[in-house]
Design a protein around this ligand. Structure first.
Ligand code: PRP
Ligand code: MG
Length: 223
């Protein structure tokens, strides 16, 4: 299936080949799934945070040489950045983001796919965001983008209920597929997506193929 998205970054890393093989393998234990996926999410977190605003600075190196560099807003003004986890699987990626940027704010949205029917919309049951979130840069964390139901529910809440600017949202994602990318391109084209892999398609149960199963279940050992 083809896909088009105006604000998509597919992260390129030589490490992904091996890391994805480990997390896709059904024989990989939950402990190893956690270990390898954390290595992968660390790379994703760096790439996603690199999309946030930066300021130019003049520094001096230990050699005495002048150097014009750039600093990230996560270090210069961490209170103006909020990482939002789509609970539950998003909590794994949230921790990778917080290892790099421990001072940023955190928001949570409990959103579950409808297990009775993959055709029905996701169930969004709880939201906790910091005050003033509408003026913040947002890193939305969910390792999986399948039908796009969960991420669209989160974005609808952030943008239409809380007034967040879609151009200030970066959606950090481990594995995506054409169906989800096309839906987000249609509904939230200004939201930037950083994904590590675009898989082939969804199956009839809306699972990504070839995929890696249920990320949250494998990460939290609830298979
Ligand atoms: C999974 C995954 C995403 C969502 C993706 O969550 O973690 O949040 O499905 O699918 P979608 O794009 O079709 O909405 P799930 O509801 O299985 O819960 P979990 O995070 O607790 O595992
Ligand atoms: Mg989820």
């Amino acid at each position: 299936m083809s896909y088009r998205h105006p604000n998509l970054t597919v992260v390129q890393s030589a490490a992904f080949d091996v890391l994805f093989t480990k997390i896709r393998d059904e024989k990989t234990s939950s402990a190893d799934f956690g270990r390898y996926s954390r290595r992968l999410m660390r790379i994703l977190a760096e790439e996603s945070l690199s999309k946030l605003p930066k300021t130019v600075v003049d520094i001096t190196t230990p050699t005495g040489a002048a150097y014009k560099g750039r600093l990230s807003i996560v270090d210069t003004d961490p209170d103006s950045v909020c990482a939002v986890s789509i609970v539950r699987a998003g909590d794994s990626l949230l921790e990778s983001v917080r290892e790099i940027a421990p001072s940023i704010r955190v928001g949570k949205m409990w959103i579950q796919r409808n297990e009775a029917s993959a055709e029905k919309e996701a169930i969004h049951s709880c939201t906790k965001l910091p005050p003033g979130v509408k003026d913040m840069d947002i890193v939305l964390c969910d390792p999986m983008l399948a039908s796009g139901g969960s991420s669209c529910s989160a974005l609808d809440c952030l943008i239409n209920t809380y007034g967040v600017d879609p151009r200030r949202v970066v959606f950090a994602n481990v594995i995506s597929c054409p169906e989800g990318l096309n839906r987000l391109a249609h509904e939230y084209p200004d939201v930037r997506i950083v994904t590590c892999w675009v898989d082939e398609k969804l199956n009839d149960s809306k699972f990504i193929l070839p995929g890696l199963g249920d990320y949250g279940d494998r990460y939290f050992n609830t298979v």
